[in-house]
Ligand binder design. Structure first.
Ligand code: BEZ
Ligand code: FE
Length: 291
């Protein structure tokens, strides 16, 4: 029989794991317990700090509902989401880099015709996003679904302002043809603070960190026989590229927006869309094969 002491704590806890336990669960949990115990010894955690941690995690859970996921936010600002992404997406040379998914994707956004406008509230300067979805060897991918979403000109996603913004504002799904091309009218992205009115925001403030994300457009691209790509395009020159609150920036994902002159060729817009496009962002995505 072994009793728990400061020296033996992790060993004793892990020694209780049953013989029939799933091997992966054993590996993950025993490593978690070992690191957690080592951390407590290293910082000599006080009882007041332990109390605070429990209360902080409780408030984090209580803040979560259908549209607010404070635990994901916590993972994001601690760099955990990006590290899990890095470990799980070691991509071949030439494949487009992935980045953090974030809490604001909505399933079931409407499939829109190529070139359509996703900004439904009429705010912001229109920007044409265009390019191709390719295999890593440069072959165009037909029937790729390009699911895009962004905040509006005021820095909020539609789900954060259900009484103000129209549903599916700044969201849409586009399907590539045989040439792999995609094109849509979004807004010129604006930087925005992640929700900071909860425990995660308090933690950032206590650590002297700001909550801002550099301006970006989200992309989730799925195609037959290819690994799904979740990524963003960031706007070159943004003030927060080097200090993204969730560490999502990768240099290859930064694009320069080019101004569009009056009379420049544009893909046709849907009927009734008269607003002029002011900016253009060009980017080819390269997907790795499944498996
Ligand atoms: C986003 O880009 O939508 C996002 C990502 C992580 C945390 C909060 C927002
Ligand atoms: Fe975002």
């Amino acid at each position: 029989m072994s009793y728990l002491t400061e020296d033996t704590s992790a060993e004793v806890v892990n020694g209780r794991i049953g013989a029939q336990t799933d091997p992966r669960l054993r590996e993950v949990m025993s490593s978690l317990v070992s690191h957690l115990h080592a951390f407590i010894k290293e910082v000599e955690l006080t009882e007041a700090e332990w109390d605070y941690a429990i209360e902080f995690l409780t408030r984090t859970g209580q803040m979560c509902d259908d549209t607010r996921q404070e635990f994901i936010l916590l993972s994001d600002v601690l760099g955990v989401s990006m590290l899990v992404d890095a470990v799980n997406h070691r991509l071949p040379e030439g494949a487009t880099q992935s980045t953090v998914f974030g809490p604001f994707h909505v399933k079931g956004a409407p499939e829109r015709p190529m070139g359509a406008t996703i900004s439904l509230d009429g705010k912001g300067e229109l920007c044409l996003f265009e390019g191709r979805v390719l295999d890593v060897d440069g072959t165009p991918i037909e029937n790729a679904l390009v699911d895009v979403w962004s905040d509006n000109e005021d820095g909020f996603y539609d789900v954060q302002q259900p009484d103000i913004q129209p549903p599916f504002n700044n969201r849409g799904v586009f399907r590539t043809g045989p040439d792999g091309r995609y094109a849509f009218r979004g807004i010129k992205p604006v930087s925005y603070p992640i929700p900071d009115d909860g425990p995660v925001g308090q933690m950032l403030a206590a650590l002297g960190r700001h909550p801002w994300r550099p301006a970006h457009m989200h992309f989730m691209i799925s195609a037959p026989e290819h690994a799904r790509l979740i990524t963003h395009l960031f706007v070159a020159g943004d003030d927060y590229l080097a200090s993204d609150a969730v560490f999502g920036v990768k240099p290859d994902l930064i694009v320069g927006l080019e101004p569009v002159a009056e009379g420049d060729a544009m893909p046709p817009a849907e009927q009734g869309e008269a607003a002029p496009v002011k900016w253009r962002a060009q980017y080819d995505f390269r997907l790795k094969k499944q498996g």
